[in-house]
Structure formats: C-alpha cells, structure tokens
Ligand binder design. Structure first.
Ligand code: GTP
Ligand code: MG
Length: 344
C-alpha cells in the first residue's frame, strides 16, 4: 500500500549469475510460479521485476524470521539474463540494485559470467550474498523441501554432506581469489566485511528461507537510511523494456526507484535520439508476486511509489530506449529535466 505513511521504500535486489545457474528458478520458487519453464531453451533474454511482499517472505522463511523485526515493505527482485551476449542487461540490473544475489551452481562453481557479475558488483559497490544453488544435485542427497538449510544438512549422510562442503569451500576459495572474504553465512559475524554463502536449492526450496532471512537482515540493518525516501517526490525510474501492449500502443516496463509516479504526470524518457516529453495515459501495475515480463492482468492504478515495477502507457513511447531514465517533471521546468535525462 503506497498511500500509507510508510517512508521506507522496498529494497531492489538484483539476481545475477552465469547462464543456467538457476536465477529464474530461484525467483520462481519464491513467487510460486514457473517462468523459467516458459522461456525458450530456459534462457532469460530480458530483465524482469517482481515485487515480493513482506508477508510472503516471512511465510517462506518460517521460523527464521520474525516479521515484527522489519519495517521494510518487502523486496523487489530484478531477474537478469546469464547468457554471455546480454552483458548490457546485467550491468543495467546491477546498477539498479541496492543489494544482489549472486547465484552460483554449486557443482560448476565460478564461470565467466559469474566473474563478470562480480566485476559489476565491485564496480557499483553493491553488497551481495552468494546463493550456492542446486545442492539437491549432490550425489545421495536426501531432499528436505522448503526447509532451512541446517535442518536439511541434519538429514544428509556424512558422505553427501562432505561432498557438498567440498564444493562450497571451492566457491569460498574462488570468492577469495576475486578479492572477497567469504564464509558460510551462519559463520559470518559482519556482513559488511564478509560475503555470506547460502547453500540452497531453487527446485526443492531448501535453504531459500535462509536466503530471504539474510536479505531482509542485510536490507534492514545496513540500508535503512538509503531506503528512506520522500514518498511524495517526483518519480524516477529506469526503462527495462519497450513493448507494444494491445489497446495502449508502445509502453515502457519501468522500475521506479525513487518518489512517486502518478497517472497524468508529465514525464521525460530517454529516447533513441532526443528525450521524449510526454504525459502518462495509464499506469499498469503487475500483481504482487507476478513477473512484469510475463504478467497478463495488469491493474490500472492512480499512482505507484518506489520501488516497484510498472508498465507506463503514454504517447510517443515507441521511440523510448531500454535502459534509459524516466523522470517525472512535477514542479520543475521541463528543460531542466530534459537536460538531466540527456546527461545520463
Ligand atoms: P539464464 O536466465 O538463461 O541465465 O538461466 P537461469 O540462471 O535463470 O537458470 P534457470 O533458472 O532457467 O535454470 C536452468 C536449469 O537449471 C533449469 O533446467 C532448472 O530446472 C535447473 N535448476 C535450477 N535450479 C536448480 C536446482 O536448485 N536444482 C536442480 N536440480 N536444478 C535446478
Ligand atoms: Mg533466467
């Protein structure tokens, strides 16, 4: 609910990693969907955004989370492609992020786009955790659906556990080679100094409660100040994709990361050539837990506050550019906003 007095915005969490390491599957597990199965060759080709409300997070995290400890409204997850040809999209996802999840296949360890993602996170100074995914593929694994990872480890044979540990320490070593001191997340005292590694499975869901708990803890503890925004400020966002929508013409799927965007607002959007000066005709919000990339039943809303994914319909958006800034004009001279958009 964006109309209440809440002044803390939803943290933006980018999910990055090598192709096929399980980014979309992890988000599917969290939102209870099957987006990955619908993708051609299970390859993600666009950036997505999904809003996960706090009650869903605390429901999944179960005993690990006490929702009364948190006053952040939830998490906005940004899915990115891992295929090598989409490096611009990874950089864009990384630039939007307040925090990130680096997904690494526990058997494959670091791969070229893992390294690339680490470079992006280093460059942008984005705090991150590592999801050591696919623990269920460890030979002899005894799956414990949806359980916290400690519970799951208790149910494993010594042999399975030691095989997993070997892989986990390999990843911790690779992080160290990349210049990051890391450890299994339950051994980390200071998440500002050390990277936490969370063993999990996007398919069985074991360890996912731990990941959500770590992400909420990190956001709440270290980023509350950055999350405090002027909820009535002129909205700012980034175009994820330009898409034709029946009945609306060209629309832009946008992540709003600051302020509020209202229906009827005059906006300036970065274009293929000059910035586009236009007026919002409709604001179309995906339902919570729905990926904006695949949502079919958008809800027409009067306003959207940060952080959120929203589809914006307005004249002339066919000339808009993915990755470009979106700025609400509100009480400023439009020329000033146009210059700002040009400069980005
Ligand atoms: P790109 O978006 O193309 O970079 O891939 P991705 O990282 O989103 O990978 P995706 O989630 O599409 O998963 C790739 C394949 O790995 C799919 O066949 C998934 O079913 C499988 N997979 C993902 N996570 C797990 C896991 O935890 N365990 C097992 N056994 N398979 C998994
Ligand atoms: Mg994917």
């Amino acid at each position: 609910d964006h109309t209440n007095a809440d002044t803390l915005r939803t943290p933006i969490v980018a999910v990055l990693g090598h192709v096929d390491h399980g980014k979309t599957s992890l988000l599917d597990k969290i939102r209870g969907s099957a987006v990955s199965e619908g993708e051609a060759g299970a390859i993600t080709q666009h950036i997505g955004a999904t809003d996960i409300p706090l009650d869903t997070i605390s429901g999944m995290a179960g005993e690990l989370i006490d929702p009364t400890d948190f006053d952040l409204p939830g998490l906005l997850f940004i899915d990115t492609p891992g295929h090598h040809s989409f490096s611009t999209l990874r950089a864009r996802g990384g630039a939007l992020a307040d925090i990130a999840v680096l997904v690494v296949d526990v058997n494959d360890g670091f791969q070229p786009q893992t390294e690339e993602a680490i470079d992006i996170l280093r460059r942008t100074g984005t705090p991150f955790v590592v999801a050591a995914n696919k623990v269920d593929t460890t030979p002899g694994w005894n799956p414990q659906a949806g359980q916290p990872i400690q519970r799951s480890l208790e149910a494993q044979s010594e042999r399975a556990e030691s095989m997993l540990n070997e892989n986990l320490y390999e990843i911790i070593g690779q992080l160290s080679d990349a210049g990051f001191s890391a450890d299994l997340y339950w051994r980390v005292q200071d998440f500002q100094k050390n990277i936490g590694v969370v063993p999990l499975s996007a398919i069985t869901g074991e360890g996912v409660p731990d990941l959500l708990t770590v992400l909420m803890g990190l956001s709440q503890r270290f980023m509350k100040e950055e999350m405090a925004i002027d909820v009535f400020g002129a909205g700012e966002g980034t175009v994820l994709e330009v898409k034709d929508e029946r009945g609306f013409g060209a629309t832009i799927d946008t992540v709003v990361y600051d302020g509020v965007v209202r229906n009827g607002d005059r906006i300036v959007v970065g274009g293929q050539e000059d910035p586009i000066d236009t007026e919002i005709r409709a604001l179309l919000q995906p339902r919570p837990l729905e990926e904006i990339r695949t949502e079919k039943q958008f809800e027409k809303v009067a306003e959207v506050g940060a952080a959120a994914g929203v589809k914006i319909a307005a004249p002339d958006l066919d000339r808009a550019m993915a990755g470009a800034p979106v700025r609400v004009v509100r009480d400023r001279p439009v020329e000033e906003v146009v210059e700002e958009v040009k400069a980005e």
